[in-house]
Design a protein around this ligand. Structure first.
Ligand SMILES: [Zn+2]
Length: 261
């Protein structure tokens, strides 16, 4: 729904300006997205004020930055908070191949993550703690309780031994890097992402396709039972993206909470 409304937002803004119908400069669907952000990150975010998300320290970040509609890849490279919240994430739903360029959660407003988790490798690392993971100790951010969420995932997976082959060994968590083939920072850089066992995983880039191109063939071997465990604890899964990355889970409570959409 939010996704359908996205192209209309500019028109709605224009209408509001012309007719003075509303003191609130953003459409209702957009303000819902802003409110979901505030609810997901209560340690940092305090409230929504018009088009601004207001931090507890007084910082204001505009939810929507007015600009000309861009291509999908340009939006990925320059996403605002409205873009970040624009594609509903189908938490707990059956696994189906996502439609062209439907990548819920893949668009992110980088300054939000830098301010919460750290803007440099050193800043992020100061927030990392060890989480036990089936014989490994994984470094994960303690910010927003991401480490506790990962520990709860491990506890739930341990109750279903048939899932162990998919999560063990983890291919990694924290690494200060950009996403392969792009200049965008990976959520691995913030210590909030985990890759599970690559031997039973699939990644769109392995097909040699170009980002944003039509006709990707969706592949996945990760079971829904595992995906749902992660989602219940606030993670989104790369297997729900058109640009699928089925080993990849990241802590994104603003999208993963079943009530979020
Ligand atoms: Zn990953």
């Amino acid at each position: 729904m939010d996704q359908l409304l996205y192209p209309l937002r500019g028109a709605l803004l224009g209408l509001a300006a012309l007719t003075h119908v509303s003191a609130n400069p953003i459409a209702p669907a957009a303000s819902n997205g802003a409110q979901r952000l505030v609810e997901a990150y209560p340690a940092f975010l305090e409230r929504v004020d018009g088009n601004d998300v207001v931090w507890r320290d007084g910082t204001r970040m505009p939810f929507e930055v007015g600009r000309t509609p861009a291509s999908y890849v340009e939006r990925l490279d320059h996403a605002d908070l409205a873009d970040q919240m624009s594609v509903p994430y189908p938490s707990l739903a059956p696994i189906t191949p996502p439609a062209w360029n439907v990548d819920p959660g893949r668009m992110r407003f980088e300054p939000l993550f830098e301010k919460m988790y750290g803007a440099s490798s050193g800043e992020v690392q100061r927030n990392l703690v060890g989480v036990a993971w089936f014989g490994q100790t994984l470094l994960f951010s303690k910010v927003n309780g991401a480490d506790r969420a990962l520990a709860l995932v491990a506890a739930d997976v341990a109750k279903q031994p048939e899932l162990l082959a998919f999560v063990r060994p983890s291919a990694g968590t924290f690494v200060w890097r950009t996403i392969a083939g792009s200049s965008r920072r990976s959520t691995h850089a913030y210590g909030i992402a985990i890759d599970v066992n690559t031997r039973v995983s699939d990644y769109w880039r392995w097909s040699g396709a170009k980002e944003g191109a039509r006709g990707l063939t969706y592949r996945n071997r990760v079971p829904l039972a595992l995906v749902r465990i992660f989602e219940r604890h606030g993670f989104v899964w790369g297997g729900r993206w058109y640009h699928y990355d089925t080993m990849h889970f990241e802590y994104r409570p603003e999208l993963a909470a079943p009530h979020a959409n």
